[in-house]
Structures are given as structure tokens and as C-alpha cells.
Design a protein around this ligand. Structure first.
Ligand code: AOF
Ligand code: ZN
Length: 382
């Protein structure tokens, strides 16, 4: 039976795991706490893709601190693995180390690694599952979605005024959020596989979409690939994105068109753009679900940050393709009904037609507020 103590140790394991965000994907982030008689002996996590798993990391630091892990309890955010991959099975490490009880939060959905709980039990280890731990769930949610739906984990980000607008009626949006909030966005970009936007944003803002470590102190971890959804291939060869395609990997997702389209495709390819063709939707535009599936399957992009205008974001939201939203709320009011909202694309006369989101985190950043939401699937997908 899992207790309040178990929840406390699991919190620590989960927060430790989160430190590796952007370094282990597409695999799950995993954390592990070793304790004995309620006292922590060691904390470990899976730090880098393909390297030591959380359990072995915790056991190693336990020994390095001069403690014998024998007779201790392991709290792990994911069921310990039971199969060989880049790493040997964690169940063997736990048994060899003499761990007597294992508490895990989420079952390992990976068929090649599953069954760790039962294997431990067959060796006399007490095994409990601690359910309902949102952060532990979040750590492996992108991995589970990739396995089950073959879709990347999509986070949408936008900055809005108090009255919910992301730009003026003329499209002016520089700047709604403060420099501190924008620096956070740049840091976030260094933790994901791709930044995705629409051709509308490219034409309006001519963005670079790169991860600048603006504070200079923090090392950029991943260089997010830039992705533009551009069904007709209207991205100008003179855009900042195309001109820097030799330096920063850039993908344009499109759908097959006429001869002029084919010529533009050729020029973009020559300019160093990776052009990805996907089938059209009924409106003749690149189908968004197919686009994301192709980015995951053919380009191995498993985490995507969307920084797009209202139509593309609306399209992704309406197709239930957005998992999380990060909203920067700035102390400004436009009070103009033609100012741009974050998402458009349908008529929703009834509140019952609204999709539901859960507020996971609130953080004050200078004059702004950062809000983290995740899609609440308990109310059904919308
Ligand atoms: C654990 N503890 O810390 C992690 C686990 O290629 P490998 O060997 O690194 O295996 C990756 C798979 O192992 C991953 O997809 C997931 O099923 C599991 N991750 N398991 O017991 C860990 N990171
Ligand atoms: Zn493992």
C-alpha cells in the first residue's frame, strides 16, 4: 500500500527527473529516490538519452556517499525496466543492490521493457504502484503518446493582453510580453526538438525562431529545428528562415500542388530547406495531423513548440493536436474587437462546446504571468 510518505519521496523523484527535460527525449524522464526508515540515502535520474537509468544513477550515488543500498526502498517515477536496450535492465540492478521495496508511479508502456514489477515480485521484492501523481505522469506522457498515436508532444505558446489578444488589428505584436518572459521562451526552445509556425507568421514577422541563450550564462542544450507549415510554398527565398537554412535545420511542410509549386519546391530545396510533402485535408491544405505524424515518424521530432498565428493554432487546437499551452499574460488591454485572438477557426455559440484545460502552474515573471495548461481529456477530446 502506498502512503503519504511514498507521495513525498515520489515528488522528489519526479522533480529530479524533470531536470533532464530536453536531454532524454523521445524516452521518458525518470527519477529515483532511495530511502531507508524514512531517510533519503540518494536521489538519481536518467540524465542523458541512452545513458545510465535513474535506478542505477541513484544506486551509484548512494554508494558514492558511503551508504549500502541493501534493505532500502526505491521510489521510481516509472516502472523499472525489464529488458535490454542501450542499458541493462534496472530490475537486475535493484535486485543485486538488495532493494527490498519498490514504489513506482507509472507503468512502462514500452513492450520491450515492461513487466519489471512482476519480475521484482518474483524475487521477493515488495512492489507498490502509486497512482494519481500528475508530474510523474507528465514525465512519460510524450513517450506514451508517441508509442500509442505516433504523434509528437505539442506545446503551444503565446503572449496575450489581459483581454486575450496576441496582436493589434494590424498585426503588431512586438512586444506584448516583457524581455524576461521572452528570454524564458528562448530557453524553452533549447529543450525541444522543433519550433513550429505558419507561413502567415513568416510573412508578417520574418522570424528566426532560433534558441538564443540571451542571458549568455546558460548553455543551449538542443538546437530546435524550425518547421513552417506552408501549403502553397509562399515562404520567400529572401526570408530570414530560408537565408539561415544552411546554419539552422529548417523544414517546410507542404502539400503537392501545380507546376509553379514544384518550381518553388525546387528553389527552396536548393536553398537548403528540407521540404516535407504531406497529403492534403479536404480544403486542399497540408493536413495537420499528417504533418505532425510525418514530423515524428520521418524526421524523429518528438517534442514541438508551436509559436503561430490564430489560424494555425486554431487548426491544431480543433484537431486536438495540442497537449499543453504556455500563456504569457501581459498587463495590457486593447479593447478592440478586431485585435487578434490566439486562436480562430470555428463558431462556438455554447460554452459546452469549449475544450477544457487544466491549470498546472502559475508563475510571475516581472510584470507578466506565465500560465501552464494541459488538455483535460476527462471531458473528451474536442
Ligand atoms: C527505467 N529507468 O531511468 C529509464 C527507463 O534504450 P534504453 O536502455 O535507455 O531504454 C529506454 C527505455 O527504458 C525507455 O523507452 C523506457 O521504456 C525505459 N526507461 N526505465 O527503469 C529509467 N529511463
Ligand atoms: Zn531501466
Amino acid at each position: 500500500m502506498a502512503t503519504d510518505h511514498d507521495r513525498f519521496f515520489m515528488d522528489i523523484a519526479a522533480r529530479s527527473a524533470l531536470r533532464a527535460i530536453g536531454r532524454v527525449e523521445p524516452n521518458p524522464m525518470v527519477g529515483c529516490v532511495l530511502s531507508r526508515e524514512g531517510r533519503i540515502l540518494a536521489v538519481g535520474h536518467h540524465r542523458v538519452h541512452g545513458e545510465l537509468h535513474a535506478e542505477r544513477d541513484a544506486i551509484a550515488s548512494c554508494r558514492a556517499a558511503g551508504h549500502d543500498p541493501r534493505g532500502s526502498t526505491a521510489h521510481v517515477t516509472l516502472e523499472p525496466c525489464n529488458g535490454v536496450g542501450n542499458q541493462p535492465p534496472c530490475v537486475e540492478a535493484l535486485i543485486e543492490a538488495g532493494i527490498t521495496r519498490v514504489v513506482y508511479a507509472v507503468r512502462d508502456p514500452n513492450p520491450a521493457k515492461a513487466g519489471g514489477g512482476d519480475r521484482l515480485r518474483s524475487h521477493g521484492v515488495i512492489v507498490d504502484q502509486l497512482g494519481g501523481h500528475p508530474l510523474a505522469h507528465r514525465l512519460s506522457a510524450p513517450f506514451r503518446q508517441l508509442l500509442s498515436d505516433e504523434l509528437p508532444w505539442v506545446t503551444a505558446k503565446w503572449a496575450q493582453t489581459i483581454d486575450g489578444r496576441i496582436a493589434t488589428r494590424d498585426g503588431e505584436s512586438k512586444w506584448i510580453s516583457s524581455p524576461a518572459a521572452r528570454r524564458r521562451v528562448h530557453r524553452f526552445r533549447s529543450r525541444i526538438d522543433a519550433v513550429l509556425t505558419g507561413v502567415g507568421t513568416v510573412l508578417a514577422d520574418n522570424p528566426m525562431l532560433t534558441a538564443r541563450a540571451e542571458d549568455g550564462a546558460r548553455r543551449v542544450r538542443r538546437r530546435a529545428c524550425r518547421v513552417v507549415i506552408d501549403s502553397r510554398l509562399s515562404t520567400p527565398l529572401s526570408s530570414a528562415l530560408v537565408e539561415s537554412a544552411g546554419t539552422y535545420r529548417t523544414i517546410i511542410v507542404t502539400t503537392p500542388g501545380d507546376e509553379a509549386w514544384a518550381r518553388r519546391r525546387e528553389s527552396l530545396t536548393r536553398a537548403g530547406i528540407d521540404v516535407l510533402d504531406v497529403p492534403p485535408n479536404p480544403d486542399g491544405k497540408a493536413d495537420l495531423r499528417q504533418a505532425l505524424a510525418a514530423l515524428a515518424r520521418q524526421r524523429e521530432l518528438s517534442t514541438i513548440l508551436v509559436e503561430a498565428g490564430p489560424r494555425l493554432l486554431g487548426g491544431l487546437l480543433l484537431a486536438s493536436l495540442v497537449n499543453e499551452a504556455i500563456v504569457h499574460l501581459a498587463p495590457m488591454i486593447l479593447a478592440d474587437e478586431h485585435a487578434r485572438p490566439c486562436a480562430t477557426g470555428r463558431e462556438a455559440p455554447l460554452l459546452s462546446g469549449a475544450s477544457r484545460w487544466r491549470l498546472d502552474r502559475v508563475k510571475r515573471i516581472g510584470p507578466d504571468v506565465e500560465l501552464w495548461y494541459s488538455r483535460d481529456d476527462r471531458h473528451g477530446r474536442q
